[in-house]
Design a protein around this ligand. Structure first.
Ligand code: PXP
Length: 242
C-alpha cells in the first residue's frame, strides 16, 4: 500500500496571512490522521513564510505517524533537524522568490555539500530523501550521496497532464523510479498532484510514498480535511489495485 504524506504547509499559510494563531497546523495533523494520512509533511522554509519553528515542535509532539521535514540544504536547517529529530528529512532546493519548490535539487552539481548533509543527518539517526527531477544523472548522484530515498518531482508531469507530452514525462518518471530502485533507493514522488492526474503516478514502478499538499488542502476547504484525506487514500488504493 502506497503511503500518503499530507503536506500541511498551507494551513500555516492561511494563519500567517493574519499573523495570528489560527488555523493551527496541529489541528490538521489530527484530522489528517483521522482521514488515514500515513505521514505528516511540512516544510520549514528559511523565510518562515508558513510553518514556524514552534509548529515543528508541536507537530512532532502530536503526530502518531512519521513526520517528514522538508528543508533546504543549510547549516541552520541541519542544526534544527538534528535537534528536533523528525523521522525523515526531504532535502529540497529553496529560492526566496519562488511561490513553491520549482525544480528538483541539483545533486550532481552540489554533490559534496549534499553528501555531507546526508552524512550529518544519518549521524543523528534521521533518514534522508532527496527531492530531484526524474533525471538519471540526478538519481545516480543521489545514490552516491548515501541517501535513503529520492522523491521524484512530478511537477513537470502535472503541468502537461492531459497533453501528449504527459506520456513522455511519465516515461521519465518511470525510468527514474526503475533506476533508483536498482541502485537501492526507495522511491517517493510528489508535487502538483491532484484527483485528476494522480492515478498514473500511483502506478509508477516501486513507488512507496506520495506527498500531496496544495490540491488536498484546497479540497479540504470544501469537504473538510478528514474527508479530503480519505478521498485521496481511496483514489490511491483504487489506482494501485486496478
Ligand atoms: N514534495 C515536496 C518535496 C514539496 O516541496 C512539495 C511542495 O511543498 C510537495 C511534495 C507537495 O506539492 P503540492 O503542494 O503541489 O502537492
Amino acid at each position: 500500500m502506497i503511503r500518503l504524506g499530507v503536506n500541511i504547509d498551507h494551513v500555516a499559510t492561511i494563519r500567517q496571512a493574519r499573523m495570528i494563531d489560527e488555523p493551527d497546523p496541529v489541528w490538521a495533523v489530527v484530522l489528517a490522521e483521522l482521514g488515514g494520512a500515513d505521514q505528516i509533511t511540512l516544510h520549514l522554509r528559511e523565510d518562515r513564510r508558513h510553518i514556524q519553528d514552534h509548529d515543528l515542535d508541536r507537530v512532532l509532539a502530536t503526530a502518531s505517524v512519521p513526520v517528514n521535514l522538508e528543508m533546504a540544504v543549510t547549516d541552520e536547517m541541519v542544526g534544527i533537524a538534528l535537534e528536533k529529530k523528525p523521522h525523515i528529512v526531504c532535502l529540497v532546493p529553496e529560492k526566496r522568490q519562488e511561490v513553491t519548490t520549482e525544480g528538483g535539487l541539483n545533486v550532481a552539481n552540489n554533490f559534496d555539500t549534499i553528501k555531507k548533509t546526508v552524512t550529518s543527518l544519518h549521524g543523528g539517526g534521521i533518514r534522508v530523501s532527496l527531492f530531484i527531477d526524474p533525471d538519471p544523472d540526478q538519481v545516480q548522484a543521489s545514490s552516491d550521496t548515501g541517501a535513503d530515498a529520492v522523491e521524484l518531482h512530478t511537477g513537470a508531469y502535472a503541468e502537461v497532464w492531459g497533453k501528449e507530452e504527459a506520456i513522455r514525462e511519465l516515461a521519465r518518471l518511470s525510468e527514474a523510479a526503475l533506476l533508483a530502485h536498482r541502485l537501492g533507493l526507495r522511491v517517493h514522488a510528489g508535487h502538483g498532484l491532484n484527483v485528476r492526474n494522480l492515478a498514473p503516478v500511483v502506478r509508477l514502478p516501486h513507488l512507496e510514498e506520495l506527498n500531496i499538499g496544495h490540491a488536498l488542502i484546497g479540497r479540504a476547504i470544501f469537504v473538510g480535511l478528514q474527508e479530503a484525506v480519505a478521498e485521496y487514500k481511496t483514489l490511491i488504493a483504487q489506482a494501485e489495485y486496478r
